[in-house]
Design a binder for this molecule. Sequence first.
Ligand SMILES: [Zn+2]
Length: 388
Amino acid sequence: MNILFKGFKTELMPTPEQKGIILRTIGVCRFVYNLYIGVSRERHEQGEPFMSGMTFSVWLNNEYLPANSDKLWIKQVSSKAVKQAIMNAERAFKRFFDGKAGYPRFKKKGKSDPSMYFVRNGANCVIDCERHRIKIPTLGWVRLKEYGYLPTDGSIKSGTVSTRAGRFFVSVLAEIPDPEKQTPETDGIGVDLGIKALATVSDERVFANVNQTKEAQRLQKRLRREQRKLSRKYESLKKRNPKGEATRQNIQKQRLTVQRIYYRLDCIRTDFLNKTIAELVKTKPAYIAMEDLNVRGMMKNRHLAKAVSEQKFSEFRQKLTAKCAALGVELHIVDRFYPSSKTCHCCGRVKRGLKLSERVYSCECGYTADRDYNAALNLRDTERYKIA
Ligand SMILES: [Zn+2]
């Protein structure tokens, strides 16, 4: 049987003591990550060869720490987390050498914090997890906010703890057996993604745009208001007002308020995405067909960028791919250049000048249908796809 790796992320409710350990560990990881980048930069400028993560680690323990006794706090946190921070920095360099990324940057406190890595202690050990808590090495049992989401069957191999907007999260990687391909119960379906509705399905189901619900609109309005407040505070700091320190604290507070609202909005969107995907696979279709959306290209259109990012198309595809793989449903990714919206599902004519504002597709052959529904039918039936 094949083994699949599956990731889960959920919120933690650590005790104040555990919060202290997490923040200290993340602080050390940030320091070591930045030290590695700093040292590598210097070596590069002096024409010395690149130092691997392993070599850096040995140097840190055998040369740097003995010479810098004020830095011994590095040894007071999980050595596995520190090691992982070093390996992450090494990976950033490798990506840079391969031309896949820019020169590695220093991690900034509160902005690009590393996360705290943990792993089971040996091949025969497990990371214990119960419905309401998870046992993380160096932290002990930590309470979970959402019950029953993480796997409790001993399949968790490793994970990371991170913080965002004053909250704490755990991401774990679990090994799950690859399911046998299921027997489909319904025909294949086509899914057209869009702004007006998130998803229009060829079986006539429509999943609305969650950003247009009352709750989301209310939060967005609040977000805009609080963001304006924040930028006004920045402005007043720039004018060197005499109460600079108070303003700085105020800014911190305001930033947290903005992050919190943003986080809530994000949760609403993610939640809706998860529900939509669950509904799509629930009927156990023979396959699901979706288009290979050019999200990057869409983001370049400034009229669309905001709406596109709010719909989380990339995340949708990622999650649908994972879900289909886990359930053994075939996922068709339809060729990007297949004109799913412009093609008449009835006679196959392609309407060249179809405008975005034309919500109803009507063809010379007499066929008319909702634009997105017509596209979903075409996606379902086209042969121009790759299997994800
Ligand atoms: Zn037609």
